[in-house]
Design a protein around this ligand. Structure first.
Ligand SMILES: *Cc1c(COP(=O)(O)O)cnc(C)c1O
Length: 368
């Protein structure tokens, strides 16, 4: 028998969450962001749930190729654009739309021989200071792109640094609006957090939104809000089984470093999941976990292949009992990935992207 760990991808929940993005920005087209192998879900599996999107946004040409191989004929947007001139040939061949965030990428386009002119998204740096033209250079970049025979249409985009937090997006919207006010073209500014928190503010929903993490059932602003608040459903379940139990006496310790010491008699279960499966080693004692759908906590350090759970709330549990690390458990129990991430000092994004290759993944098909 294989090790009992597995990850489930809930394609119906992907479809549900995409609908949630649409409801938040009903007049916008929705890019489903499927970079990083669809946030660890697998591009092909995610596509099953997200095929009602208006387009797919990603970074790797290889992932774009995989979408075309699934017969997706609609828009695909390369969020970082081309990395070298010959990527433009792939864009021409696969009909990929691409971000232009640097003058050098315009030089490459100007030298590119193409039959079909390209659709490009001119990216402005409105304060994130990662990619994009500065506000004062944006107009010139737009004019240069607009004059190229290689370019069919120029759209405008920017990215927010604080859509999930206190600072918000108003300062960046002001910069973006001022620099692009009289330029024609479609606009795309909102990520998941902006769709959920700011979509009613002027110009935020715009022509397109870029929905990433919300599609994957994680709240971008956890712990301020959780997925229940936002009406999202988990799309990834990581589950395993107990492969042993231990009866502890007061003073007995658990695991490497003996970081947990029992102060009363207790029973712990040993679950077949560790950091080599993608479970965060920084999740200390007290991280929430479900055993047979009952919420309990981890105890001690996470090892490479195992972790320990407190069986106090589930005395009937034993060898073979189902352990849900995150996602949907038995009997309708649910443990949002954000709670585990928070306990480990990180975010849901990182945990789902870090699901380890050794974990078998299975798509739970759409209910027909
Ligand atoms: C990853 C990414 C997104 C999606 O962000 P979420 O927070 O997951 O919604 C949107 N825009 C750009 C440019 C990105 O790189």
């Amino acid at each position: 028998m294989p090790r009992p760990i597995e990850a489930l991808i809930h394609t119906d929940a992907l479809a549900h969450n995409l609908q949630r993005a649409r409801a938040g920005a009903p007049d916008s087209r929705v890019w489903a962001v499927v970079k990083a192998n669809a946030y660890g879900h697998g591009v092909e599996r995610a596509f099953t749930g997200l095929r009602a999107a208006d387009g797919f946004a990603l970074l790797d040409l290889e992932e774009a190729q995989r979408l075309r191989a699934l017969d997706w004929r609609g828009p695909i947007l390369l969020l970082e654009g081309c990395f070298e001139p010959r990527d433009l040939e792939t864009c021409s061949r696969l009909n990929l739309w691409h971000v232009v965030h640097d003058e050098t990428q315009i030089d490459w386009l100007a030298a590119h021989k193409t039959h079909q002119p390209h659709r490009v998204f001119l990216k402005m740096n409105s304060g994130m200071n990662r990619l994009g033209f500065r506000p004062e250079s944006t107009r010139a970049a737009w004019a240069r792109l607009n004059a190229l025979p290689q370019v069919a249409e120029v759209s405008l985009m920017t990215h927010f640094s604080d859509a999930d937090g206190e600072r918000g997006i108003a300062h960046q919207m002001a910069v973006f609006d001022a620099a692009t006010r009289d330029l024609p073209g479609e606009r795309c500014v909102a990520n998941s957090a902006a769709v959920l928190r700011h979509a009613r503010e002027a110009g935020v929903a715009a022509d397109w939104v870029r929905a990433g993490i919300l599609c994957y059932g994680s709240a971008p602003d956890f712990p301020a809000h959780d997925i229940v608040h936002w009406g999202l459903r988990p799309t990834m379940t990581l589950r395993t089984k107990l492969i042993a139990t231990q009866a502890l006496q007061p003073g007995d310790s658990v695991g490497y470093g003996s970081t947990f010491v029992a102060d009363a008699p207790m029973t712990i279960g040993i679950a077949a999941c560790g950091y080599a499966d993608g479970y965060p080693r920084h999740a200390g004692t007290g991280t929430p976990v479900l055993v047979e759908g009952v919420r309990t906590r981890t105890v001690g350090r996470v090892s490479m292949d195992m972790l320990a759970v407190d069986l106090g709330p589930v005395p009937q549990a034993g060898l073979g009992s189902e352990v849900t690390l995150w996602g949907d458990g038995p009997n309708g129990a649910r443990l949002p990935i954000d709670e585990v991430a928070h306990a480990a000092g990180t975010i849901g994004y990182e945990l789902m992207c870090a699901l380890a290759p050794r974990v078998p993944v299975r798509a739970v098909p759409l209910a027909s």
